[in-house]
Write a protein that binds this ligand. Structure first.
Ligand code: NAP
Length: 253
C-alpha cells in the first residue's frame, strides 16, 4: 500500500460539527488519520473540543465555536474556513441535541424542546450546508455526510421530536443529493444505539434489550460510525442520496 492509499484525504479539508466528544470526536480523529485537515465545531464544550484537537494526527486542524442553531455563527465559520484553507472537501453534519422522554408522555415534550430539537438537528444541518456549499462545490468533488439515526426508520428513539428530526434529515439528504449533484454527493449514515454520552444515561435494561435484539450482538461504537463516514467519503464515489445503516442489523432482530 502506498502513501496515497494510507492517506486518501491528504490535501483535503473536512469539517465535523459537534466534534467535542462522542461520534463527532471519533470521526474527526479518523478523517485526520486519513490525511485531512479537520475543522471541529462545537456549541459550548470548548474544553472537550480542544482535547479532541490535541488528539488528532497530522497538523493544520482548528476548532471553531459555532452552534448549529446559530446561522450567523455558521456563516462566520464558513468565512473563517475560506480564509484559512480556501477550500472544504468534506462536511459531516453530526451536531444534534435531544432529551429522553417516553413517547407516550406527550405533555413532557413541550413546544420549546420540540423547537430546539428541530432547530438544531434539521434547520441546523440545512443552514450548515447553505453556509459551506459554495466552498464544497468550488473544487468539484465535495461530500456531505449527515449523521442521522435508525430512529428515523423505526420511530423509536429518545423522544418523538428526535425521531422526526432524523427522518427529516434523511429527507434533506435526498433533496440535497439531487439539488447539489453533480459537484457534491450527499449521504446519511444512520447508527442504531451507540455507546456515547448521549445514551449512557439510558436505562441499562433498555440498552441490554437493544443488544439482545441486535443480530451482531453489540452496540455500535463511535469508531464504527466514523468508519462508515470515511467509507462514504473515500470508497463510494458513485453513491449519493442514500442512507447507510450502522446498526448491527437491528431492524432484523
Ligand atoms: N449515541 C447514539 O446512540 C446515536 C445513535 C444514532 C444517532 N446518533 C447521532 O450521532 C450524532 C452524535 O451523537 P453523540 O452520541 O456523539 O452525541 P453527544 O455525545 O451528545 O455529542 C453531541 C455533540 O454535538 C454537539 N452539539 C450539541 N448541540 C449542538 C449545537 N447546537 N451546535 C453545535 N454542536 C452541538 C455537542 O457539543 P456541545 O456540548 O458543545 O454542544 C457534542 O460535541 C448526533 O447527530 C446523534 O443524533 C447518536
Amino acid at each position: 500500500m502506498n502513501r496515497i492509499d494510507q492517506h486518501p484525504l491528504a490535501g483535503r479539508v473536512a469539517l465535523v460539527s459537534g466534534a467535542s466528544r462522542g461520534i463527532g470526536a471519533a470521526t474527526a480523529r479518523l478523517l485526520a488519520e486519513a490525511g485531512a485537515q479537520v475543522v471541529l465545531t462545537h456549541r459550548d464544550s470548548e474544553a472537550g473540543a480542544l482535547e479532541v484537537l490535541d488528539s488528532l494526527s497530522g497538523s493544520g486542524h482548528r476548532v471553531i465555536r459555532a452552534s448549529a442553531a446559530d446561522t450567523p455563527a455558521l456563516e462566520a465559520a464558513a468565512a473563517e474556513v475560506a480564509s484559512a484553507y480556501g477550500r472544504l472537501d468534506v462536511l459531516v453534519n453530526n451536531a444534534a441535541t435531544t432529551k429522553v422522554i417516553p413517547h407516550a408522555d406527550l405533555r413532557a415534550l413541550d413546544d420549546e424542546l420540540f423547537d430546539t430539537i428541530l432547530r438544531t438537528n434539521v434547520r441546523g444541518a440545512f443552514a450548515t450546508v447553505r453556509a459551506f456549499h459554495p466552498l464544497l462545490k468550488a473544487d468539484g468533488g465535495g461530500v456531505i455526510v449527515n449523521v442521522s439515526s435508525l430512529a428515523a426508520r423505526m420511530a423509536n428513539g429518545s423522544n418523538v421530536a428526535y425521531c422526526a428530526s432524523k427522518a427529516a434529515m434523511d429527507n434533506l439528504t435526498l433533496s440535497l443529493a439531487r439539488a447539489l449533484a453533480p459537484e457534491v454527493r450527499v449521504l446519511s449514515v444512520a447508527p442504531g444505539l451507540v455507546d456515547t454520552q448521549l445514551t449512557r444515561t439510558w436505562d441499562p435494561a433498555v440498552r441490554q434489550r437493544m443488544i439482545e435484539h441486535t443480530p451482531l450482538g453489540r452496540l455500535a461504537t463511535p469508531e464504527d460510525v466514523a468508519a462508515a463516514v470515511l467509507a462514504a467519503v473515500v470508497s463510494l464515489p458513485s453513491t449519493t442520496g442514500v442512507v447507510i445503516p450502522v446498526d448491527g442489523g437491528r431492524p432484523l432482530g
